[in-house]
Design a protein around this ligand. Structure first.
Ligand code: GLY
Ligand code: MN
Ligand code: MN
Length: 411
């Protein structure tokens, strides 16, 4: 990804900052992650404005008398670190990645910030939402220290600025997510090529192998491989049981590529063939996904999309005799149909009504515990000016295509 994206991202934050304010964005540190350089856990908002994957760095954006400046504080070269986990990026490398030319070392951060704060009273911090005030995170501790030293400073929660900016994706972000989706497709094909009765974690491992092979830089979230009744628990993640012939197995999986996530679900027959009942229910979910897609457009809310799906289910489930009363739908469908996707699988979003450039999931499901059946079909869609576009159309989905693929590729 190139620095032009991160320049655009910073502009979206600057545009929302009030005059005479400073935004301090930490990359954060995560215990042992530091030693193993699991840089893909850096604060997403820090990455969003810098494109840099390193801990302990700090981006500072200022808007003083309506003039903006940007700087980034980094670790200097460290021979010990170089030998253990690789050297921190140099000033030149940081500029190349981020487009920020004012790169300083961290030992100057405190004094530099204090002098900047003498020009303006407003300090934005990127507070993680939490209800546990006693457990102060880095930003809250920092705010507390600043307040003690300079009680007149007005501390503002800047997270909303990121929510607003990140709700709408740039073309480069959409491209990265399409690539993450294609890698996910490769992982799903590898699962299907090995489909059969075995432990859920063994089937999961074919996804792991393929996404690594095709260059994924991480997982979007822990993979769900839930067979039979396990699939009626929405976020079953133990993946420890044997998937049995005759059962369906629900995979909810995704990878990340340069921090951008995919989020896909598919449900497959372990034996390679759907039973007539499984096919009937599967096709109801699949048609539900079309119904949601056909209604996804700017101005609609994800809540409304869910209501449309529920209305559709009320009719369909009554038709097949699964329910008598409309409210019984919630016995078999108990989540929302959409969330935003981006740097986080459940991405930040600010607006209720969808806007062009948002990427959301389309993930109807049906979960019938008494029949040991859980089905979810999830694709990622881009909201366009007039409607929506499938971002994952290449991933196998109809019962016919799934059965044929398994038959053809049986190892
Ligand atoms: N993979 C989690 C979700 O679909 O929300
Ligand atoms: Mn999912
Ligand atoms: Mn999802």
């Amino acid at each position: 990804m190139n620095q032009e994206l991160f320049k655009k991202n910073r502009k979206k934050i600057f545009d929302q900052m009030i005059d005479n304010s400073i935004f301090v964005i930490f990359s954060r540190k995560n215990g042992d992650d530091d030693i193993f350089k699991q840089s893909y856990n850096v604060n997403r908002n820090y990455f969003y404005v810098s494109g840099v994957l390193e801990y302990e760095n700090i981006v500072v954006l200022t808007k003083i008398n309506n003039k903006t400046t940007e700087m980034i504080f980094i670790n200097p070269y460290d021979e010990f670190k170089a030998k253990w986990v690789g050297a921190p990026k140099s000033k030149e490398e940081i500029t190349e990645l981020s487009g920020i030319t004012d790169v300083r070392y961290l030992d100057k951060f405190n004094s530099n910030l204090l002098s900047l704060l003498s020009y303006c009273n407003n300090l934005y911090l990127d507070f993680i939402p939490t209800e546990i005030d006693s457990n102060l995170d880095e930003d809250r501790l920092f705010a507390k220290n600043i307040k003690e030293k300079m009680p007149w400073i007005n501390i503002l929660n800047g997270r909303k600025l990121f929510s607003v900016a990140r709700t709408i994706k740039e073309p480069e972000e959409i491209e990265e997510m399409k690539k993450a989706i294609e890698i996910t497709n490769k992982g799903i094909q590898n699962i299907l090529a090995h489909m059969g009765s075995m432990y859920e974690y063994q089937l999961e491992s074919y996804f792991d192998q393929a996404i690594k092979y095709y260059g994924a830089t991480g997982y979007a979230f822990p993979t769900i491989a839930a067979s039979g009744k396990n699939a009626t628990c929405l976020h079953y993640m133990e993946n420890k049981d044997i998937a049995k012939d005759g059962d369906l197995i629900l995979f909810d999986l995704g990878c990340s590529l340069n921090m951008y996530c995919s989020d896909i679900s598919r449900t497959f027959p372990v034996s390679g063939k759907f039973s007539p009942r499984q096919k009937q229910l599967y096709d109801i979910v699949l048609k539900g996904q079309e119904v949601v897609f056909n209604n996804a457009k700017p101005g609609v809310t994800t809540k409304e999309l869910n209501q449309i799906l529920v209305k559709y289910y009320e009719k369909e489930l009554k038709n097949i005799g699964l329910i008598n009363k409309p409210e019984d739908v919630f016995k078999y469908y108990y989540h929302g149909v959409s969330h935003h996707i981006g740097l986080d699988c459940h991405d930040l979003c600010e607006y209720d009504k969808l806007k062009p450039g948002s990427i959301i999931s389309n993930e109807p499901g049906l979960y019938i515990e008494e029949e040991n059946i859980g089905i979810r079909i999830e694709d990622d869609i881009l909201i366009t000016e007039t409607g929506a576009e499938w971002l994952s159309p290449q991933i196998i989905k109809t019962t016919k295509a799934i059965e044929e693929f398994i038959e053809r590729n049986r190892k």
